[in-house]
Design a binder for this molecule. Structure first.
Ligand code: AMP
Ligand code: ZN
Length: 458
């Protein structure tokens, strides 16, 4: 395998070599479970699921994606809704996993919950205090950033400049403004655990350090997450883990996905443009959403809009269109590998746009060929590529013809709505109305709203 990955720490694309022969450890920071995942949250889940699939071709992979189920945002959600914390976190963990499954994301090998690892966190904090990397102050335990000279290496920040430039009001018990919380006291109504520093709860960063150590050991191969986690979250994870482990490297490769914007704007609650995976799945097949998320290379920004979704849908129409009517024998399917140039593209820091262009090359060759055995061979290769990308798993006929019970398919509805949008834009209202009636005849009611057209089956 000639995998190359861009490593945030060195700032370079480098050849990947695991610490131990034949096996790879990977940790991905998972969701904080207090509300629905938005489409930006789905990007790391899908992208690193693809990396996991690629690694599993050659290595025994142990992939850990945690659940953050203790956090002040969860406490706030509980206060706001009057629902117990455990009920909120259980509910949104399930919703997260169901939504990700609908996007073809395989479950990780281990999905540790923070609340089940508080003992390990307390032990790590105690070690950091013992080694004088952390100190206790007013019921808090803080990491002493000045004691760790490499602080800032990952995010390329100069800690002395950061300290000098600190403008925020600094808690009086901190030795230095950049010191971060490992443990904080809990009032009786908040979740808390007994500890040598009184009843309290862990800070966010120590959760990942402790869970990574428990399930993957002191040095892990790959640590991944979204770009926003580089600082402070991952910077702090490195500081804690290395100081607790006598300086041993924490992660050999740091991978960060780029951000997803909505119609060229930052997704944010205040702008009211947060798009939830759960809502998208009501009208768009998970496979379309997955392919849209993979349509840009993972480090690049990705803009999410109706066009992004439409383009992914059309790609699947073309790919399934090529596969239509070809029966690939099971044995051929099993023994066929994706072509080398497709694998090469993915092994080049997950160059999905290049890999997709190779897949379309196969589809074009298949469409041009009228030799049945060649067509079967090309179809088998396309399916092998699809397996790795996590798409093309449906029967082509059902993609076009609708679900098993004969309903019009979501793909077809989407295509008709796109045609209707085009007709309306061109002021061809007769055509637009005809499409509405055609959908109504198929039992689909549509409604035009400020953020586009929605549909439901009646
Ligand atoms: P959170 O639950 O906020 O910690 O986010 C879960 C994951 O989603 C983290 O890896 C974030 O970096 C990632 N993430 C959050 N927003 C976006 C976005 N707009 N685009 C891409 N990734 C995101
Ligand atoms: Zn983390």
């Amino acid at each position: 395998m000639s995998l190359h990955l861009h490593d945030t720490l060195t700032g370079k694309k480098v050849p990947f070599e695991p610490l131990r022969d034949g096996e790879v450890t990977m940790y991905l920071c998972g969701p904080t479970v207090y509300n629905y995942a938005h489409i930006g949250n789905a990007r790391p889940a899908v992208v690193f699921d693809l990396l996991a699939r690629l690694l599993r071709r050659h290595y025994r992979l142990k992939f850990v994606r945690n659940i953050t189920d203790v956090d002040d945002k969860i406490n706030a959600a509980s206060l706001e809704t009057g629902k117990p914390i455990g009920e909120i976190t259980a509910r949104f963990t399930k919703i997260y996993n169901d939504d990700m499954a609908a996007l073809g994301v395989a479950p990780p090998d281990v999905e540790p919950r923070a609340t089940e690892h508080v003992e390990e966190m307390i032990a790590m904090i105690a070690t950091l205090i013992d080694k004088a990397y952390a100190y206790e102050a007013e019921g808090h335990v803080l990491f002493d950033v000045q004691k760790y000279p490499d602080y800032g290496d990952l995010s390329k920040r100069d800690v002395r400049e950061m300290i000098a430039g600190a403008r925020v009001e600094v808690a009086p018990y901190k030795r230095s403004p950049q010191d971060f919380v490992l443990w904080k006291p809990s009032t009786p109504e908040l979740p808390g655990w007994d500890s040598p520093w009184g009843r309290g709860r862990p800070g966010w960063h120590i959760e990942c350090s402790a869970m990574a150590e428990k399930h993957l050991g002191e040095t892990i191969d790959i640590h991944a997450g979204g770009q926003d986690l580089v600082f402070p979250h991952h910077e702090n994870e490195i500081a804690q883990s290395r100081c607790a482990h006598g300086g041993a490297p924490f992660a050999r490769y740091w991978l960060h996905n780029g951000f997803l914007s909505i119609d060229h704007e930052k997704m944010s609650k205040s702008l009211g443009n947060v798009v939830l995976v759960h809502d998208l799945l009501e009208t768009i097949p998970g496979e379309v959403i997955r392919l849209a998320l993979l349509s840009a290379q993972y480090r690049q920004p990705l803009d999410w809009s109706d066009e992004t979704i439409d383009a992914a849908r059309k790609m699947l129409d073309r790919l399934y269109g090529a596969l239509r009517g070809i029966a690939v024998p099971d044995e051929l399917r099993r023994e066929t590998e994706p072509p080398a140039e497709f694998i090469d593209a993915l092994e080049d820091d997950l160059n999905t746009p290049m890999a997709l262009s190779k897949l379309f090359g196969l589809a074009r060759a298949l469409n041009r060929s009228d030799e049945p055995s060649e067509r079967r061979e090309l179809a088998a290769q396309m399916l092998a590529c699809g397996d790795l990308l996590g798409v093309l798993g449906a029967d082509p006929e059902s993609w076009f013809a609708g679900d098993a019970d004969g309903e019009i398919s979501a793909a077809e509805i989407g295509a008709l709505l796109a045609d209707r949008d085009a007709a309306r834009a061109a002021k061809n209202f007769d055509i637009a109305d005809a499409i509405r009636e055609r959908l109504a005849a198929d039992g689909v009611q549509i409604e035009d709203g400020p953020s586009g057209t929605t549909w439901r089956r009646i």
